[in-house]
Design a protein around this ligand. Sequence first.
Ligand code: IPM
Ligand code: MG
Length: 352
Amino acid sequence: MKANITLLPGDGIGPEVVGEAVRVLDFIASKYNHTFEYKERLMGGCSIDAYGSSLTDETLADCQSADAVLLGAVGGPKWDDPTAKDRPERGLLALRKGLGVFANLRPVKVHPALMEWSPLKPEKLQGVDILVVRELTGGLYFGWPKGRDIKDGRERAVDTLEYYDYEIRRVMELAFNLAKGRKKKVTSVDKANVLESSRLWRQIATKVGKENPDIELEHTLVDTASMRLITGPAWMDVIVTENMFGDILTDEASVLAGSMGMLPSASLGEATVGLYEPIHGSAPDIAGKGIANPTGTILSSAMLLRHSLKLEAEAAAIEKAVEQTITAGARTADIGGKLTTRQMADEIIKIL
Ligand code: IPM
Ligand code: MG
């Protein structure tokens, strides 16, 4: 098949890890007879430097017209000024909204050989296989009103946690559909004892649950969920939650896997174009050293092949190769090894 992929390497280690994922994609293309055409564009801090905007209209259009978008990471101390008009993160949020990718899939699996890198005891990590479905284009990140003003002579800041019924329903339905191919269990996470938006969330989760009697649904408050992720992660399967809760819980869940550098994500919506990115950040402290772990981005490219290009066999081949590479002992610094970003990708390609 022929596919158009827009690359947004971004800032920090982004270009290093995206470069290696592209080598893996190119290898897949030649082995399975596909043609992947790339457009590389700036997004994030590098785009602020070049164009004065973290995401230009042209770049967004190049993402919207692609079959898939592969992103590295955005941000860094250079653009951290809290009074700045634009920030790298704004570009990322505008991109998610502009692509309409309302569901962010963040799978967390623990490779047995990496258990020692997690602070949890190995017996707690046995059998952990979680898929967090994070709502991505609503909630606190986008709700209106938002901003700062002076009220009654006091400086005030406002963010709004807002959800429409259809926004909750579409991400809930997607989570239930994904649960069908797994352990048939959905944990809906909210704060329904306090938040109005969470009571609507729970009401719709219950409705969608009734429409899917083959799936077991449980409701968990977000504070309890954060505890259960540590005390009994193996009991959780699909977790579906609001944007901000999902942001926090997925960083927590990533610790189970031993390193954030291992974990991929896929952001999907109604359209076929999906956005794929590792869950780690731009890691300015190690940027440019060529030692970042490319695995999260390589696994993100596998999710790209699966969800946007419907190339299941190719996606599974990458995932299997990563697993075998880790089993064979290949390690970057974050998981106790000495391999460079390039060498880690080489090991994966060798097995492919
Ligand atoms: C993530 C990140 C982003 C988010 C930031 C960089 C805006 O933390 O993808 O989890 O909060 O969504
Ligand atoms: Mg985050």
